[in-house]
Design a protein around this ligand. Structure first.
Ligand code: ZN
Length: 348
């Protein structure tokens, strides 16, 4: 795989390729956006492109011509192979363990970046789910960002960038990754999932996030079940059901809130354009569609902001029942915009 295989993220890829071609690679990037939309995949292929020893020629140049190398990896040379396999000595890949990135991991990253490059290319570090760094790790990491070793590049990957300290975010070049349109999802999945009915259902339920479908063995894995649970919880909330969440951990709450944000995005699209073909989730429940058409833009945007606030608050491990009721209250405003408590009746 290479940067050319990244689908639906043209603007981010264009910025990265232009940085490579113009030798203006930033010392730190922040790839931000929902989970499952290709941020990590892009980071890995960016590291491959930076270190590839046989980058194919760009348009108008012959192979081997001076300054003729393109910006993408060949996906064939030993360097590309080692990065793909996660064993390249100049590329550190940091991931959370049991939901947290500790200072020991950041020390490993420092070591990789501070040593001379083994293979003469870039030294790169990819920090997946970077918002899961604990305070000690974040402080140590900040020092790396303040004095980046020459010829090194760090890519932070995060679906919750607001949870990273501002001091870290402000030192990174942020690139936004977006959910994919239903049309792109269809072209991406049509060879993997032959049954059109199942494919259509998965496209609807994954809401523009191909990683949710592809990562689990390429057949949709348990996403159907998960997304059906999401829709069930959402409808319960919209019906005013209080305080009995089925969320088992913080990760599930986060997933629910991500799904909710995407639903609100689709509601806003319906409200402003009325065009169902522009929805990320063509299988949006009728109840959600009708709320989207009826609620004011202001209320939908307010709800969206509220959900973003909830996601930030998850760092404090809030009580699940209180969180459920609070979220249900926010959504209640979609049906009853004049009711600050979302209970469908006045409090006085
Ligand atoms: Zn290569």
């Amino acid at each position: 795989m290479a940067l050319k295989d990244v689908i639906g993220q043209e603007s981010a890829v264009k910025i990265l390729e232009s940085a490579i071609l113009n030798h203006k690679v930033a010392s730190a990037y922040l790839f931000q956006g929902y989970s499952g939309i290709g941020k990590y995949f892009t980071a890995l292929n960016f590291a491959k492109a930076l270190n590839c020893t046989r980058r194919p020629a760009r348009k108008g140049f012959r192979a081997g011509e001076e300054n003729g190398a393109g910006a993408d990896a060949c996906d064939d040379c030993p360097s590309c192979g080692r990065i793909e396999a996660g064993i390249h000595p100049d590329v550190a890949i940091i991931r959370p363990e049991k939901g947290v990135i500790k200072i020991e991991e950041i020390r490993k990253l420092e070591e990789t970046l501070s040593l001379c490059s083994y293979e003469g290319g870039y030294k790169a570090a990819i920090v997946d789910d970077a918002h899961l760094m604990n305070d000690k790790a974040a402080n140590a990491f900040l020092k790396c960002l303040e004095e980046p070793p020459a010829g090194s590049v760090i890519v932070l990957v995060s679906s919750n960038p607001e949870r990273l300290p501002v001091t870290i975010r402000s030192r990174c070049l942020a690139l936004a990754f977006k959910p994919l349109s239903a049309g792109l999802m269809e072209s991406l999945l049509k060879d993997r999932i032959k049954d059109p009915e199942k494919r259509h259902a998965l496209i609807g339920l994954s809401m523009g996030r191909p990683g949710l479908v592809i990562e689990k063995g390429g057949k949709g894995g348990d996403i159907l079940k998960k997304r059906q649970e999401f829709v069930k919880s959402l409808l319960q909330m919209l019906a005013g059901s209080r305080g009995n969440p089925s969320w088992s951990d913080k990760e599930e709450i986060e997933e629910f809130m991500d799904g909710l944000e995407l639903c609100l995005r689709d509601m806003l699209v319906l409200r402003t354009t009325g065009k169902e073909e522009l929805l990320l989730n063509p299988a949006l429940p009728e109840k959600v569609k009708s709320l989207g058409k009826a609620a004011s833009e202001e209320v939908i945007i307010d709800c969206y902001r509220g959900i973003a606030g909830i996601k930030n608050s998850l760092v404090y491990n809030p009580n699940k029942s209180i969180l459920w009721n609070y979220t249900a209250g926010l959504l209640g405003r979609l049906a009853n915009p004049g009711d600050p408590y979302g209970e469908g009746k006045s409090r006085n």
